[in-house]
Design a protein around this ligand. Structure first.
Ligand SMILES: Nc1ncnc2c1ncn2[C@@H]1O[C@H](COP(=O)(O)OP(=O)(O)OP(=O)(O)O)[C@@H](O)[C@H]1O
Ligand SMILES: [Mg+2]
Length: 439
């Protein structure tokens, strides 16, 4: 009787010892998996890590790790151990399980682990390669949401224990946040990649468009030049013969004589427009060696000299403050300021003497010029229009001009990478601001 009791104690001791040994082994597996986690960076590496470093070492026959797809509809096999992993870290035809289907699909919906002791008695069991009698399915949960399932089957009934469940739950918990982080990183990388691709593609398209635009601009410029240049000659002939007829033939009826004057006026106006167009088309993008540091005080003296007739005829005054130097194409900068100042003298108020003030200041990396006048002003609704070609706001009889001056100024400013804006009120004078880059 005594001998038997000693034997019993020995058996239970051995059992406890074996249990302790397996616990220690499992602990060691978890420990080494947790160590290796820091080196696993993609979601794929992490699930393969679970399959190879945990499941395989626990001695399970088979295991499949599923992750939920982005739409949250299907579980897709991402890693496996055993017969469902025929090639090293390579899954050719991943198993896909719709959410809710089979034991794995159910666990993904409930978020509760399951141990099936005998699969023949569970109608949810999905037979894939061969029937195995027991199964364990553990959800991978992140912030209360199932993101995947670890599923393992065994050919023997009653194979899986509570101990297995604890270990798989621990491993699933450890992997979850890592998988989510890795997935976010993967998505970010993919997003960055597609963004870079898009930027590259858009740049190519843009370059293509710029080239096309440059070509059509050049075509247009040479067309405008040729048209305005070549049309001038026949027009000059028309005008001189009209004048000849006028001088020689005095038998016109008063009505015909009036019509004849309209014809001459029209032809002369056309000549003026063609000259303007020619001047406009001559303003071209310049080479960098045509850009010089310009003393704007000297340039303004020159412009005042050029406009002496207009200044004297209008009794006008042009006040110029001490101006800063700029970098630019001399001919174009003269054209620019001369056009604006001549407008200021031309669109004067008939009741007052025109006063034009030119000033300048440095603002960050711009030199800002202001040309202010006390003339007739411009209604706010026309402020954008005036920089377009042939846009004039007043009847030709009151103010002469072809509506090209400001379009030309805008073109020159564009070539200099600057900008021009206008502030004005009808009857309240006008102020043009010109900004040109400096430094
Ligand atoms: N300082 C100004 N005051 C009032 N109106 C102006 C002034 N400058 C320009 N404008 C208005 O803007 C229009 C366009 O100016 P722009 O210099 O292009 O043409 P223009 O002077 O009529 O003709 P062009 O300059 O070709 O001789 C003018 O016709 C005028 O109506
Ligand atoms: Mg003008």
């Amino acid at each position: 009787m005594e001998v038997k009791s000693i034997k019993l104690d020995y058996n239970s001791l051995m059992e406890k010892y074996k249990l302790l040994q397996s616990k220690e082994r499992y602990l060691e597996i978890i420990n080494s998996f947790s160590q290796s986690l820091k080196d696993l960076n993609t979601s794929e590496e992490i699930v393969w890590g679970i399959a190879k470093q945990v499941i395989a070492r626990m001695g399970f026959e088979d295991c499949v790790i599923y992750l939920l797809d982005n739409e949250g509809k299907n579980l897709i096999q991402k890693a496996a151990h055993g017969p469902k992993n025929p090639f090293q870290l390579n899954i050719k035809n991943p198993i896909i399980i719709p959410l809710g289907k089979g034991i794995v699909g159910t666990v993904a919906v409930t978020g509760i682990s399951e141990i099936i002791s005998n699969t023949t008695k569970d109608s949810r069991y999905i037979l894939d390669d061969e029937q195995r009698l027991s199964e364990i399915a553990v959800p991978i949960i992140y912030q209360d949401k199932v993101i995947g399932v670890i599923d393992s089957e065994n050919s023997n009934a009653n194979f899986f224990t509570k101990e297995h469940l604890n270990i798989l739950t621990t491993v699933a918990g450890m992997g979850a946040s890592k998988i989510i982080n890795a997935k976010i990183n993967e998505e970010l990388k993919e997003y960055q990649f597609s963004l870079e691709k898009l930027v590259k593609q858009k740049t190519i398209e843009l370059n293509h468009l710029v080239n096309k635009l440059q070509r059509s601009n050049t075509d247009l410029e040479s067309f405008a030049f040729a048209a305005s240049h070549d049309l001038q000659e026949p027009l000059r002939t028309i005008i001189s013969y009209l004048q000849l007829i006028e001088r020689r033939d005095n038998n016109f009826s008063p009505e015909s004589s009036e019509y004849f004057q309209f014809v001459i006026k029209g032809a002369s106006r056309m000549n003026l427009l063609l000259q303007g167009l020619l001047e406009y088309s001559r303003v071209n993008d310049f080479q960098t060696d045509e850009v010089k540091v310009l003393n704007m005080n000297d340039i303004l003296i020159l412009i005042k000299d050029n406009l002496r007739g207009a200044i004297e005829n209008s009794n006008g005054q042009v006040w110029v403050e001490d101006l800063l130097e700029i970098e630019g194409n001399k001919t174009q900068i003269i054209q620019l300021f001369q056009n604006i100042i001549s407008n200021a003298l031309k669109f004067r108020n008939p009741e007052t003497v025109p006063v034009v003030k030119v000033s300048c200041q440095r603002i960050e990396n711009f030199i800002e010029f202001k040309v202010e006048d006390n003339g007739i002003g411009i209604e706010a609704k026309f402020h954008n229009n005036i920089f377009g070609l042939f846009n004039r706001l007043n009847p030709i009889d009151s103010f002469k001009g072809s509506g090209i001056g400001l379009a030309l100024c805008k073109r020159i400013i564009d070539y200099h990478n600057g900008n021009i804006s206008v502030k004005s009120r009808l009857g309240g004078g006008t102020s043009f601001t010109i900004r040109l880059p400096w430094g």
